[in-house]
Design a protein around this ligand. Structure first.
Ligand SMILES: CC(C)(COP(=O)(O)OP(=O)(O)OC[C@H]1O[C@@H](n2cnc3c(N)ncnc32)[C@H](O)[C@@H]1OP(=O)(O)O)[C@@H](O)C(=O)NCCC(=O)NCCS
Length: 143
């Protein structure tokens, strides 16, 4: 597994496609709804398997000085529980530290809270409810 930022246009197409397929498509959201205005300046990380297929993604963006936010973590469904999400998060945290970020905040889907807890994030409050059904918890980690 190769964990790095996507580079070429086709890698970015695959990057956003996986983000959409995991985080938006199941709720009937159209292609394009997986993107936001912060993507242009954000840090993107993806994992590529041995045949260079993109199988996991995650994004970091700056919120304010020293504070970053992780969003859009997604692993191909058939490959969950194998350490891929961990590898993406580790790389995002490594890049965050390099950017002078010492605090990461995120809104975790309830189903993913355990994953972030295991990585040292603590719940700091209730977050938003996406598409009327996906509850989130606000979480935070200080390096
Ligand atoms: C959440 C997600 C990114 C985690 O990625 P993953 O590749 O499945 O997780 P990993 O295999 O890297 O897990 C790393 C560790 O976290 C644990 N873990 C993973 N998901 C967990 C969960 N939902 N609850 C509790 N622990 C979890 C694993 O057991 C593993 O611990 P271990 O090393 O002690 O065995 C992935 O399951 C996913 O894409 N889910 C759907 C989309 C989603 O909810 N994204 C997050 C939006 S906030």
């Amino acid at each position: 597994m190769e964990i790095r930022s996507p580079k070429s246009e086709s890698e970015f197409v695959a990057y956003y496609e996986l983000r959409w397929r995991v985080l938006r498509m199941p709720w009937g959201q159209p292609s394009g709804s997986e993107r936001d205005e912060l993507d242009a300046a954000a840090t993107h990380v993806a994992g590529f398997d041995e045949v260079k297929r993109l199988v996991c993604v995650g994004r970091l963006h700056a919120v304010e000085t020293g504070v970053g936010q992780v969003r859009y973590m997604a692993v191909e469904e058939s490959l969950r529980g194998l350490g891929l999400g961990q590898a993406v998060l580790d790389e995002l945290e490594r890049l965050a530290k390099r950017q002078g970020i010492s605090v990461i905040v995120l809104d975790a889907r309830e189903s993913a809270v355990g994953f972030y807890r295991r990585n040292g994030y603590e719940a700091v409050g209730e977050g938003h409810v996406l598409f009327d059904e996906v509850r989130h918890s606000k979480m935070k980690k200080k390096f």
